[in-house]
Write a protein that binds this ligand. Structure first.
Ligand code: ACO
Length: 322
């Protein structure tokens, strides 16, 4: 069997920063509330589309992998819940932008869990021998949905993209264990209203903003990600002490700290960058992965556990051998 080795990684961080103090100029909030409740200090706002963010991240990942001819790529999978266009899919725009003319192209929407879902899908295709090279991207323009009149959600989200290149390899590396799932019964506790074709459910004429029961999501995110991490560790027959770094979805610093204390990892083994970017949904994990490599936290043969939780209510965890 072939493995799906991660041979390249890249990100696209929009240059415009919106700080907590900036937000306090336009709504009734303050840096102290946002920092203590969420760990977020600032976030990035993109004036470019999701497809453009995704394309830059993908091109950086291709360059990192040393792939000069993108027509070698067999698959472009884009995890996003903020597509530039629904039809045609946004991945097709990325395929065109990066010159991956021979690739299948498809969007994956599992909200904040989307990148790990897409990584699982692309890895399975490589392991099955169906394809040899894939680009997997998480890209979001979450601020497009944000209703700037609603302080409870406006302070949480940001824009950005991250990507990895997977290549068929005999090295036992890449995604070696994975669990994904969806607890659909309570999916309404996290949703975007006034968006989609279910137009009879629109509440008068209004913006499409993000609604959620924060405390309930908080508890479920901690429980869901912790359980998924335990399940994947069992699947690959590892203990938490075998793990070099946890890359969690960045939704709230306190969620990350609660998971860290439950699985029992030291600070230096947990990647945190929510302070800089807020919640970029499907992009948090690939961006954090890139920055962990840049910061020297991930090295050759590092054992990584990653976990996510999001609308659906989807959840996922993955064990990655670097
Ligand atoms: N600035 C100042 N005050 C605010 C703000 C703000 N931006 N937003 C809300 N408040 C007020 C509320 O009105 C409330 O006031 P009240 O007590 O007078 O009614 C008070 O602050 C407390 O609000 P809570 O909702 O109780 O605050 P909590 O401590 O639960 O934190 C938060 C809210 C940060 C959303 C937290 O619940 C959370 O992080 N939840 C999980 C993350 C989440 O749901 N993310 C959505 C995406 S899903 C995902 O990525 C997994």
């Amino acid at each position: 069997m072939k493995y799906a080795k991660i041979t390249g990684w890249g990100k696209c961080i929009p240059p415009v920063t919106l700080t907590n103090d900036d937000l306090s100029q336009i709504m009734d909030t303050n840096d102290e509330w946002i920092t203590t409740r969420t760990g977020i200090k600032e976030r990035r706002i993109s004036h470019q589309s999701t497809a453009e963010l995704a394309s830059v991240a993908a091109l950086n990942a291709l360059a990192c992998a040393g792939i000069t001819d993108a027509s070698d790529i067999d698959l472009v999978l884009l995890a996003t819940c903020t597509p530039t266009t629904l039809v045609a899919n946004t991945a097709s725009q990325v395929q065109q932008n990066i010159g991956a003319t021979g690739a299948a192209a498809c969007d994956v929407n599992a909200a904040c869990s989307g990148f790990l879902y897409a990584l699982q899908n692309a890895t399975a295709q490589i392991q099955a021998g169906m394809i040899k090279k894939a680009v997997v991207i998480g890209a979001e323009r979450m601020t497009w949905y944000v209703n700037w009149q609603r302080r409870d959600s406006a302070v949480l989200f940001g824009d950005g993209a991250g990507a990895v290149v997977l290549e068929a390899s005999d090295d036992k590396s890449g995604l070696l264990g994975t669990k994904t799932g969806c607890d659909s019964e309570d999916r309404e506790i996290l949703h975007i209203r006034n968006f989609g074709t279910d137009i009879d459910k629109y509440q008068a004429v209004g913006p499409s903003d993000i609604l959620f029961e924060g405390r309930e999501i908080f508890k479920r995110a901690v429980k869901g990600m912790t359980t998924a991490v335990d399940d994947v560790l069992n699947q690959v027959d590892c203990n938490i002490s075998d793990i070099d770094i946890l890359i969690p979805h960045q939704a709230n610093l306190r969620i990350i700290q609660a998971i860290q204390s439950k699985v029992n990892l030291p600070d230096e083994a947990v990647m945190v960058n929510i302070n800089k970017y807020g919640n970029t949904s499907a992009a948090t994990i690939p961006i954090a992965l890139c920055e962990a490599v840049e910061d020297g936290l991930i090295k050759a043969n590092s054992r990584i556990i990653s976990a996510a939780f999001g609308a659906g209510l989807t959840w996922a965890a993955s064990f990655i051998q670097w």
